[in-house]
Design a protein around this ligand. Sequence first.
Ligand code: ZN
Length: 139
Amino acid sequence: MSISDLYHELIIDHSKSPRNHDSLPNHTHSAKGHNPLCGDSVELFLVIKNDVVVDVGCQGIGCAISIASASLMTEAIKGKSVSEIQDTFRKFHKMVIEGDCSVEELGKLASFQGIREFPGRVKCVTMSWHALQAALNGE
Ligand code: ZN
């Protein structure tokens, strides 16, 4: 199995059974995201204590890529500090825009490394991350 097959499997798996699919009634931050290009939408819920995202929930509808990206994002940010998350966001954004990526640093998020070859789908991948920014900024 090649590395790209492995990433493909990860995306299929997360799109079929999204992780942290929860609206977290005790959330402290939340935000919605929308991608009109594809019809994807997402609602994100965070429980932040002492600058750490201690819990995260996400409910989305849309294409497999948007669902998988939101699911993988929730796994990547849970238990991380806000500054660690911002660092990950910068690296992830650089990867999807420039294709420049460190697998060691991004782990499973590197699954979306090839998305820049499909410019119409980039927003499917980044939507949940922009919702995350909005939630962290309290917008
Ligand atoms: Zn989409």
